[in-house]
Design a binder for this molecule. Sequence first.
Ligand code: GLU
Length: 444
Amino acid sequence: MNKVVTRIAPSPTGRFHIGTARTALFNYLFARHMGGSFLIRVEDTDRERSKPEFEKDILDGLAGLGLVADETVRQSERVDRHTELLKELVGRDLAYVSHEESKTEAGKTVEVVRLRNPGREVTFHDEVRGDITFDTTELGDFVIARSLTDPLYHFAVVADDMDMGVTHVIRGEDHISNTPRQILIQEAIGAPRPVYAHLPLILDEKRAKLSKRSGATSVQDYLDEGILPEALVNYLALLGWNPGDTREYFTLQELVDAFSLEGIQKSGAAWDREKLLSVNQHWMRELTTDAFITRGNLTAPDEKLLIESVPLLKERARTFSEARELLSGELSCLFTKPELHRELLVAKEPTERPGMTETALESLQEPIKSLPEGISAEVVKESLMPFADAEEAKGKGGRGAVLWPLRYALSGRERSPDPFTLIAILGKEETLSRLEKAVAILEG
Ligand code: GLU
């Protein structure tokens, strides 16, 4: 077999779409698995709708996902070659220039180039769906170019795939109905027929085609939300393909090793945001502390405390935007001294035991002082729990009557991590200073 050549052929008429990313990924994986080449062809022949900023978004997005191409070309730079091929077809009477009334401007005559359609059944084999047959008669002599220098999509795709030596066309299922037309053009210009594999649609949670209405469809939106590129790649690979075993987490290289066209499914692939988030959390947890902070763009007033809070963030956040929210919300108490309110400190104090909160917070100070530095939340819990239990043994209020004011004194928040975690991160000195402040408020 010839060396495998695949391509992604995005039109820069919108931002880099998640569906395009999935198609690009499958083309990349197949080419790399087979030791072939993966090409990018920017299909910018629609001059009005193509925009440089979309081209940049798509190319940056592909690079960001690690889908590095062996070559990148722009379709608009190949128009001379398209013209040459169109003239050749007209010269051989396989196509003709026709002067017709404009459909958009009454009374105006326009020139178009039409293919002489032999009008017959076309059968092609699709690696995913098997043999597919279309009767092309009703297409008539369809238009392949607006003029000899302005090819339309079907013609440009076929000409470019031929010249670039594309052996496998892997693309979305919405292109199945374009394939018979493209095969007729191939036959006219003498291009070899590539292997086709049409990928199942990506469906949203309501089983409709994924669209803006179903949520974000732009790759950059997911990256901005703090989904890691390696997580997006891992998740997209499983949208319509399965490795034939139960593995869920793959690096790009592991995907290259495992990929095959046989693993592509026919039925629609359901978008599952929960799954995306859990794959992302997996890859977030794999990062070292330093990488977690830099790749998540995480900042906090105190670098040391930020480092200490990474395990907590890994436990709770499924995206980096969630991690940032935690740092500025629930975990902000780590970085700024809490502002305490007496009513909240004593909120769980049993009426039968006035002053109990103050005594409890005082009695915790000694055991906290004797904790060694730098110990885990579990060890803090083991050391302090007996004191909370001793208070409970005195009756009324239970452990909560001790643990609530302790947690609140340390965090100043009604919601925060548990007090043992806070102590482990804050360290002894800061913990004791916050407790003293709470006791002072209770005394005052
Ligand atoms: N430019 C086409 C698109 O954006 C892709 C053409 C193809 O893959 O054959 O959908």
